[in-house]
Ligand binder design. Structure first.
Ligand code: AMP
Length: 399
């Protein structure tokens, strides 16, 4: 079966067509600036997805975006299927499943209603995800669809990990608690590391380090804690997000800069993190290059970044009573050897011993990067959220 994966944002729509027979990607692409002037499609296909087709045209809404995607996929020149009937199912990425979704689900009216009810928890993303689903339903009314939630994997956390120390009535009335994100990636990695370790019982810390970053503590394949919270703002320092801080900082910034709470959160989400501290860039490669030239602000930003991640690994080792394996994934985790070394530097007391030469070499490929003597095994494992969504979709529609 061929499965189309859709990740819809408010003005964008990412897609991948995967042939589940060999899990190969037949085509992928991105529609940008939906409903804005200058909307365009960037479509990749063919051997190694090296061939490109670009189209700039008016794309007023998500339904039109889906029409353009389907036209590209079935085009005689740059298409990869003869007809849309070859698409057996569609898997949609949905940000927030609240407490309603502990796993992926086939999209029916009840599922749509539940995603809608989660809008207060994901006010920016869930409406966009719903737009993507509805657009697909409009152009492919008979194709089964599945929703895969960023939060679902973390629903196994116990109350001691997910409750905030605020009046309990806010949890009851407004569902304010830790949810965690990047769940599809954490679950994909948890599954793979369990295969590699082959242990009946395991304690693993997964570091998903990209532009957005989160860590999870995983016992026997189940999440027991994670660093992101009610929203993706909590946790470690990220590209543009501050990560955790004293909530009083919000009032302090708001008062001094004459900002509303929403504007202040915008600063913490979009102008902070590596970008805010380095006063240079949110991109790890840029910050690292500038630090190598001796830039003090970039060096400090990198120190703050690594220190926060190291502390979280220590906290999760304490939470689980030890750790068997540490995994690095996502853009930075998979590619940045220097970053990985700086994070585990000082964790030798926990039994972590990095093979520094191997670590420096490994980019974007699965590899064990600890020494044979290391008590804690350390790995780089590339994540693949689209494939995880496709596998869930296949499983649910063929049930
Ligand atoms: P992601 O959000 O998972 O796509 O990751 C994006 C981040 O990965 C950006 O900060 C990139 O700078 C970073 N990244 C990608 N390749 C490298 C690399 N070779 N070295 C350091 N950082 C990298």
């Amino acid at each position: 079966m061929k499965i189309l994966i859709i990740n819809a944002g408010s003005s964008s729509l990412k897609y991948q067509l995967i042939d589940m027979q060999d899990e190969s990607v037949l085509a992928k692409g991105l529609v940008e600036r939906i409903g804005i002037e200058g909307s365009n499609l960037a479509h990749k296909y063919g051997e190694g997805l090296q061939q490109k087709f670009n189209l700039t045209t008016a794309i007023p809404n998500h339904t039109e975006a889906m029409n353009i995607v389907l036209a590209a996929l079935t085009d005689k020149e740059h298409g990869v299927i003869a007809d849309t009937s070859e698409i057996g199912a569609v898997g949609h990425r949905v940000l927030h499943g609240g407490m309603k979704f502990t796993a992926s689900c086939v999209i029916d009216q009840a599922c749509l209603d539940a995603i809608e009810e989660c809008i207060p928890l994901g006010p920016l993303h869930n409406p966009a995800n719903l737009q993507g689903i509805r657009a697909c339903q409009a152009v492919m009314p008979n194709t089964p669809m599945v929703a895969v939630f960023d939060t679902a994997f973390h629903q196994t956390m116990p109350p001691k990990a997910y409750l905030y120390g605020v009046p309990l009535e806010y949890y009851k009335k407004y569902s304010i608690r830790r949810y965690g994100f990047h769940g599809t990636s954490h679950r994909f990695i948890a599954g793979r590391i369990n295969e590699i370790l082959g242990m009946a019982h395991s304690k693993v810390v997964i570091c998903h380090l990209g532009n957005g970053s989160s860590l999870s503590a995983v016992v026997d394949g189940k999440c027991v804690d994670t660093s992101m919270g009610l929203t993706p703002l909590e946790g470690v320092l990220m590209g543009t997000r501050s990560g955790s801080l004293d909530p009083a900082v919000v009032e302090c910034i708001a008062n001094n800069e004459h900002l509303t709470p929403t504007q202040t959160l915008n600063v913490l989400n979009k102008k902070s993190g590596l970008l805010g501290l380095s006063e240079y860039s949110s991109d790890m490669r840029d910050v690292r290059a500038k630090a190598a030239e001796g830039d003090e602000k970039c060096k400090t930003a990198l120190d703050v970044w690594a220190y926060g991640i190291r502390k979280t690994i220590g906290a999760y080792a304490a939470a689980m009573g030890g750790i068997d394996a540490l995994v690095f994934t996502a853009g930075i985790g998979e590619n940045d050897g220097e970053g990985r070394e700086s994070i585990v530097d000082g964790l030798e007391f926990m039994g972590i011993e990095l093979d520094k030469e191997k670590n420096a070499r490994i980019r974007g490929e699965e590899c064990e990067i600890s020494t044979p003597n290391s008590k804690v095994r350390v790995f780089v494992i590339p994540t693949n959220e689209e494939l995880a969504i496709a596998r869930d979709t296949l499983e649910l529609v063929t049930k």
